[in-house]
Design a protein around this ligand. Structure first.
Ligand SMILES: Nc1ncnc2c1ncn2[C@@H]1O[C@H](COP(=O)(O)OP(=O)(O)OP(=O)(O)O)[C@@H](O)[C@H]1O
Ligand SMILES: [Mg+2]
Length: 152
């Protein structure tokens, strides 16, 4: 369950989100659509406790945040329960795709390697990326570099 009540947020001195309210039920799939720069990523970052917001409140995964700085223990609990796939890759370049996916569950949740690997394999399958499990994040760039600037 996600509930956003009258959330506003400023970035770089500009109001990016103004009085946003929404509710997403457990199991419901919701899509946020809008022009580039419209504030979609900012909203998602606020929901995860990655960025602050100036008015309103967010209830997510049994946690509640109000405007202003969040207490560190609350942020730790939210980050255990709420995930965000970033627009840019933001992968560790020294780890394969599956090792990147396994890292947080191992470090934050303390999962054993086999358990984390099973979970990560299922997640990669779910998003159609299982065949890249052992690929390195920079492989595409390395291939492009080797095949010349014309590659796209
Ligand atoms: N850290 C920041 N500092 C200054 N301005 C920011 C910052 N983060 C976001 N913005 C601005 O806030 C606005 C909303 O950005 P945001 O990234 O949320 O848009 P978006 O809807 O996700 O866009 P896109 O579809 O391109 O991903 C943009 O004008 C952006 O330039
Ligand atoms: Mg975005």
């Amino acid at each position: 369950m996600i509930a956003v009540e009258s959330l506003s947020a400023e970035r770089g001195g500009t109001r990016v989100l103004s009085d946003v309210s929404l509710a997403v039920a457990a199991g419901e799939v919701a899509v946020v659509v809008g022009p580039s720069g419209g504030g979609k990523s900012t909203l998602l970052r606020c929901l995860c406790g990655l960025d602050p917001f100036s008015t309103g409140a967010v209830a997510i995964a049994g946690h509640r945040m109000t405007a202003g700085p969040q207490p560190a223990p609350l942020l730790e609990r939210i980050r255990r329960d709420v995930g965000l796939v970033f627009q840019q890759f933001h992968l560790f370049p020294h780890l394969t795709a599956i090792d990147n996916v396994m890292l947080a569950p191992r470090v934050v949740l303390g999962l054993r390697a086999e358990t984390a690997r099973t979970r990560a394999t299922h997640l990669l399958e779910r998003v159609g990326l299982a065949r890249f499990a052992t690929a390195w994040p920079a492989l595409r760039e390395r291939l492009l570099g080797e095949s010349g600037a014309a590659a796209s």
